[in-house]
Design a binder for this molecule. Sequence first.
Ligand code: KG4
Ligand code: ZN
Length: 377
Amino acid sequence: MEINKNVEDDGVIFMSIKEGKSEEIAKGKEDDVTILAIESSCDETAAAVVRNGREVLSNIISSQIALHTIYGGVVPEIASRKHVEKMNGCIRAALSEANLSLDDIDAIAVTYGPGLVGALLVGVSEAKAISFATGKPLIGVHHIEGHISANFIENKDLEPPFVCLVVSGGHSHLVVVKDYGEYEIIGQTRDDAAGEAFDKVARAIGLGYPGGPKIDKAAKDGNPDAFTFPKAQIADAEYDFSFSGLKSSVLNYINQAKMQGQELDQKDVAASFQKAVVEVLVSHAIKACKEYGYDKLAIAGGVASNSGLRELMEKECQKENIRFYRPSPVLCTDNAAMIGAAAYYEYQKGVRFGLDMNAVPNLPLGDRERRFHGRGN
Ligand code: KG4
Ligand code: ZN
């Protein structure tokens, strides 16, 4: 994977990600399905061209992280405004890197939920405008289904059924991917999402935003056994997660240390906190594979790029003879290639959205209701 980065004048980082070396893209075949995918659910404006669900012809991400860092988190209105500014440039770059024009595209896919409503609306409106102008079909994609589908891009052999642990800033789900686009949720968080816990703890120990990558980095030089933070187990739902107790325990420790005038060892707290989160995620996922009888396990979402999680999951999967799948870190965090991958399987099933498509900020995973709108309305 080759990543070219360029910091623009406004602090936004423009990235072009290429699978393998930038060799010339092979000519497509007559029955290929080439999808232009758009993602704008949070603070990344992204566009990609994906062929047959698994071949990424271009993958452009315009990341606003630096703009939100000064506020300690994503400011929704700034995110939406930047999406408006950056979207056309990302789409133009995605088409140009794929050496294609809109004429060569078979469908337009876009994340329509869940996410920040103002941010989602930018992508949804853009996709609808392109669909209207070109007459090409429109496909709405669930953001989390996109994250799960990121696994198909580099693992050409991966096919459902398999278990997937989805851990992002807004979601912590343990799901059985029964078929393409068919999910059974077997566990989810009762309170904070895993990424949210990383972000809150990072802020509390003074690492700032974005928390996940900063804790990951600090944890590398810390002692994971310095503190024993609680790992919540929910009695009546063994696959559910709860991270608020763990977060409170870290906050209590910080307050106590402050009151006693002790210096806070950021690295040890980061390593011990990360260990507590990662152990729960891994043990739930492995248990689900064993009890539900699956020998394939994938991870997805921003937290799936965590090095501690990847390491422990790999080790435990090896022990249990489970095949472990994970996207490259840059495909774990928000991108449009994953949306194009998910959209392909929807396209094949005949899913088409109408021009009445709207953003759905709290769209549940597996909600199929809205997918079969007619065109032309
Ligand atoms: O999937 P994502 O990019 O956006 C959402 O859909 O939410 O996930 C963002 C979340 C943030 O909470 C971020 O702190 C976390 O993923 N994250 C990480 C790492 N990289 C991103 N958490 C732990 N370790 C990381 N290396
Ligand atoms: Zn995401």
